[in-house]
Design a binder for this molecule. Sequence first.
Ligand code: SAM
Length: 338
Amino acid sequence: MEVQPLIELPQRTLVDRFNRHLNYLRLSITDRCNLRCTYCVPDGFFPKLPSREILRYEEVLRLVKIAVHLGVSKVRVTGGEPLVRKGVYEFLDTLGRIDGITDISLTTNGVFLADQIDRIRKAGIGRINISLDSLKREKYKRITGFDRFDTVWKGIRLARERGVHPIKINVVVIRGVNDDELMDFARLTFDFPYAVRFIEYMPMGSHCRSYGQQILAPEILDKLKSLGELEPVPRNETDGPAERYRFKGAAGEIGLIRPISHHFCSDCNRLRLTASGQLRVCLLSNIQVDLKGPMRDGAADTELARLMIRAVLRKPRKHGLSCTEGSPVSDPMFAIGG
Ligand code: SAM
């Protein structure tokens, strides 16, 4: 796949009505996944899009180049599980050669990390988020539907040995499921340079869990404090929404991602492109603009750029998710990419 030079496009950055500069694009390259995490794919319900509905790599790259022209500089590749898609390493290579992208990262369940870490590194991916909701093999299997804990754990170790940094471990905390492991996850940071990030469960789609199962960040922080004093870590450019802390003398750190207890909408710089070519302007809203249809009907780059700019102007000031009302989002997380 060759990267073609950009053609003339309207010179406007992606700025919304609230003066937020949207420079971060999360690309979901597939809706397929090799795990069935109960909170992401509720009740094993997993409709797959027909292949023709999924953007081809050339189409994704074309849209990314337009978005970069309009101001995007950070890209995260996600899914479904991005590493299950055929040709993903060549795609990552090509993505890495697009002028104007300064940061490419990956969110994965880590099942293919051990086998593919060298190809991932070669493609220029320096930052990896790995989802791991339990440190216990049996429980991991219950949550994900597959006995892959040892494989993922090996992948995390290899990634560290190959110099991937930071390695962020994403833990979606659910009461009665993995809240008994908060301390074990936190203790990992004493010895290893991992960023363990506790994520508040977001009810998504029509089959969401009961709100009683949500554990919000203040409760998590309270529990962690029994392990020692947590010092806030100053924010840096690639932080995203995580609130960062470190135990005194620890090699790694703790992150809290709290879309519910302390939403970060006023700083949100994100756009999402789904595997089916929909541009979503807020994870927790149903607003989306179809780019695939117009692109396949022959739209020029300038028209696609205008569609993106118009979509951005529809980005809501803040999301409507709370801990007491139903989900405002109809699609499950695997269909959007997280
Ligand atoms: N397959 C990859 C993975 O497992 O990381 C990427 C896709 S997954 C949808 C992206 C992230 O969304 C994961 O960290 C996952 O834990 C998180 N996630 C999924 N459903 C969620 C929910 N309902 N609330 C909060 N986070 C969720």
